[in-house]
Design a protein around this ligand. Structure first.
Ligand code: PLP
Length: 478
């Protein structure tokens, strides 16, 4: 696609939007400018291709399409069928899965679809059968009580939040924590790594219905073969949430024991993180769970988002190209270069390094909380997020950690040399920031002191680092 086609497409779109609500057009333009200038190290973010973005901005958004391909509750879904079938086909081929369900609107939705599919598969529940043949809205209160009684208190074993697990794996602030009786496995305090013997022990004691693997802040590979064996040994269904590292699976960086698809009964993912697609979710499974998974709408999802499924089809087609494997490998090379650069400068890293796309800094050595570090870095043009580290003394709000990831900068084309420079910028900011005291003299966990001139200097260096790697180079809105 030529430069002119992409620029023309986005310029025209903004012109049309500007005629109705100019402030929205301005905000869209400002967002591109901001993203172009910042050193984005958020491990869960990326930059989708112009083709993926454009596939979302159209009349597919107007269509209702409850049901599945060829079996809809609405008329006129032939074109939605085309894109949904394409997205599913690309997903099956890319990941080597027997079945792909591409309707989930997000990662949390994909997990809910998977949980309900597993419950329906594993738990004998007449009320659930009734729920599935009728529209959920038609259920009486008595039906809902029966459903809760029959399905309630099932057990889930997942990775603990402070070891890097995700809220949707049975933690209280999320509905999964209310649906399940949850227990979690952590990491070895000395190494920061998953201790599979301990997971097996917890599984033997707790006897979960579902064993969940997957994380949002664990910087290492997980051995899914061993996890499956543990699940088998206690009769649990093994689910992997690969939301964070789906791009590394797609790009064949994670293979063998580290590829979840051949080992798990069911795999969920987001499509917008390392996979570099539109915001959304997806479920992969074998034929045994396929029927239940396909009931995601209306069980837990509203009508599918056909425009996003179209964009998923485009992004998955991109991920099937040979250059995506190169991209995935560069994500990991960059994360390792960043980790090495930080270690060389004395930064403490959880597990001492990384073998995926993310690095978890334990910034207690700088005398800062994650909250202070996150804000000081942001003042300096470096976008990260704070994250708890295992056994974090500062809890989940202030934290002692900063999580950084390389999918986005790798999309822009930055390489290992730039990662070393990035490590230098991060270290400079953190070592020059100090905590500020509260009015009563006690140390604040939020306030900090950072020389404004230094923050400006680092911001300038960060933006200089990016000049050779323009974001959306073919898109000129000027
Ligand atoms: N699962 C994991 C492991 C995640 O890291 C996330 C997002 O951070 C989710 C699920 C939820 O994804 P979404 O924000 O699309 O609902």
């Amino acid at each position: 696609m030529s430069l002119n086609a992409e620029s023309t497409a986005f310029r025209s779109a903004l012109e049309v939007i500007r005629a109705v609500e100019p402030r929205v057009a301005d905000a869209i333009g400002a967002e591109l400018a901001d993203q172009r200038e910042s050193l984005k190290l958020i491990a869960s973010e990326n930059y989708a291709s112009p083709a993926t973005l454009l596939a979302m901005g159209n009349w597919f958004s107007d269509k209702y399409a409850e049901g599945t391909v060829g079996r809809r509750f609405y008329a006129g879904c032939q074109n939605v069928d085309t894109v949904e079938a394409l997205a599913a086909e690309h997903a099956r081929e890319l990941f080597g899965a027997a079945h792909a369900y591409v309707q989930p609107h997000s990662g949390i939705d994909a997990n809910l679809v998977a949980f309900w599919a597993i419950l329906a598969d594993r738990v004998e529940s007449p009320a659930l059968k009734k729920a599935q043949v009728r529209q959920v809205n038609d259920l009486t209160e008595a039906d809902w009580f029966a459903l809760r009684r029959e399905l309630g208190n099932q057990r889930m074993l997942g990775m603990s939040l402070d070891a890097g697990g995700h809220l949707t794996h049975g933690f209280r602030p999320n509905i999964s924590g209310k649906m399940f009786d949850q227990r979690s496995y952590g990491t070895d305090p000395a190494t920061g790594l998953i201790d599979y013997d301990k997971v097996a022990e917890a599984a033997r004691e707790f006897k979960p219905l579902i064993l969940v693997a997957g994380y949002s802040a664990y910087p290492r590979k997980v051995n899914f073969r061993i996890m499956r064996e543990i699940a088998e040994s206690v009769g649990a269904t093994f689910m992997v949430d690969m939301a964070h590292f789906a791009g590394l699976v797609a790009g064949k960086v994670f293979t063998g024991d580290f590829d979840p698809v051949p080992h798990a009964h069911i795999v969920t993912t987001t499509t917008h993180k390392s996979l570099r697609g539109p915001r959304g979710g997806m479920v992969l499974c074998g034929p045994e769970l396929a029927d239940q998974v396909d009931r995601g709408c209306p069980m837990v999802l509203g009508g599918p988002l056909p425009h996003v499924m179209a964009a998923k089809a485009v992004a998955l087609a991109e991920a099937r190209r040979p250059d995506f494997a190169d991209y995935a490998q560069r994500i990991v090379d960059n994360a390792q270069a960043l980790a090495e650069g930080l270690l060389r400068r004395g930064t403490k890293l959880v597990t001492g390094g990384t073998d995926n796309h993310l690095v978890l800094l334990d910034i207690s050595g700088y005398g800062l909380t994650g909250r202070q570090a996150e804000q000081a870095l942001l003042d300096s043009g470096i976008v990260t997020n704070r994250n708890a580290v295992p056994q974090d003394p500062n809890g989940a709000w202030y934290t002692s950690g900063i999580r950084i990831g390389t999918p986005a900068l790798t999309t822009r084309g930055l390489g290992t040399a730039e990662m070393d420079q990035t490590a230098e910028l991060i270290h400079t900011v953190l070592s020059q920031t100090s905590p500020r005291s509260n009015a009563d003299g006690t140390p604040s966990k939020a306030k900090y002191v950072l020389d404004a001139a230094l923050a400006d200097k680092v911001s300038k260096q960060a933006s200089d680092l990016l000049t050779g790697f323009p974001l959306y180079p073919a898109v000129d809105l000027a």
